[in-house]
Design a protein around this ligand. Structure first.
Ligand code: NAP
Length: 301
């Protein structure tokens, strides 16, 4: 009898999630039986989380994704974290291995993989020889859950990272966490005009960064539907001469990406990251590596 893969997503709210479409396409493309369900669990419903995780322990559910607001809430309920989940401090993928409930994070490798693909496809004056002039410096806007994955991925890939957050304390916490878990020797400082490997700055102080970075990553929800006319880049600042990666994927072209394109800059939304993190989770659960173009087509309308 063929194995049936029962998969799903924990979060709240889940109304607009694209994950069922992506994973259903992955199951079909790999010729597997199964389904992908939504499990909305309210932010303070700890018992609901426990009950669902027990269904993974009981092998009724093969694998779960986790999204807002539970990426950190699930950690105390798991037996082990993978090194990536530990380093990011958040879990987006859960599975059972040798009767242990494991928490992993595919957002970080999913982001990095899609970023690299995008950079390789984007002929840009800032990459190549420009990289030598301005250095591998990235600016990350936001210091929430996805910023953790992004900062971890960039740090691992040798980028110098500046985190800009409207609440400097949130950026400080994130940066402090990374200086403790960083893969290499990271020093932390607040921006004073000098170059450090990991810096934090207040959103209002972005003026301190004229053009020292070659990559801008938006890890805030600004510009997401229905607020499609908003951009995370402050209007009083000239647009950065950089490659732009916007994690927001709804709408398909955000104002930030439109503005960048209108200035001739390479820019993309986060749909590729969404596909990639899903594909990596799917492979962990099923052992099958799903074709990315079929997953992308499943959400392309
Ligand atoms: P989150 O944990 O809520 O963090 C959001 C961050 O943005 C926080 O630092 C928040 O600051 C800041 N922020 C929110 N509104 C702001 C504003 N008006 N001005 C300045 N800063 C603001 O959310 P998240 O999980 O990181 O998600 C962020 C975005 O990334 C969402 O749109 C999500 O859909 C997208 N995302 C995409 C993928 C993908 O695969 N492409 C994966 C994950 C997330 P406060 O704490 O002060 O509000």
């Amino acid at each position: 009898m063929q194995t049936s893969f029962k998969l799903g997503l924990i979060g709240y709210p889940l109304g607009h999630s694209l994950s069922p479409k992506i994973h259903t396409a992955a199951l079909r493309a790999c010729g597997l039986e199964g389904d992908y369900s939504l499990f909305p669990i309210a932010p303070d419903d700890k018992q609901g989380l426990k009950d669902l995780l027990n269904r993974v322990r009981a092998k009724e559910i093969r694998g779960l994704n986790v999204t807002i607001p539970h990426k950190q809430n699930v950690i105390p309920l798991l037996d082990e974290l993978t090194p990536t989940a530990k380093a990011v401090g958040a879990v987006n993928t859960i599975y059972l291995r040798e009767d242990k409930l494991i928490g992993d994070n595919t957002d970080a490798p999913g982001f990095l993989s899609d970023l690299k693909k995008f950079l390789a496809e984007s002929p840009s004056p800032f990459l190549g020889e420009g990289l030598g002039v301005r250095g591998k410096n990235a600016l990350v806007l936001g210091a929430g859950g996805s910023a953790r994955a992004v900062v971890h991925a960039l740090a691992n890939d040798g980028w110098n990272v500046t985190i800009a957050a409207r609440r400097i304390e949130q950026a400080r916490q994130l940066a402090t966490f990374f200086t403790q878990h960083a893969p290499r020797d990271y020093t932390l400082s607040e921006v004073k005009g000098t170059q450090h490997k990991l810096q934090i700055t207040n959103y209002d102080s972005l003026i301190l960064h004229p053009s020292s970075f070659i990559l801008l990553v938006n890890a805030t929800p600004i510009g997401m539907t229905p607020n499609v006319n908003q951009s995370p880049w402050p209007e009083n600042l000239s647009f950065p001469n950089a490659v732009i990666y916007d994690l927001v994927y709804n709408p398909r072209e955000t104002k930030l990406v439109k503005d960048a394109h209108s200035q001739g800059l390479p820019a993309t939304t986060g749909l590729g990251m969404l596909i990639e993190q899903a594909a990596l989770a799917f492979e962990i659960w099923t052992g099958h590596n799903p074709p990315r173009e079929i997953l992308a087509a499943s959400v392309d309308h």
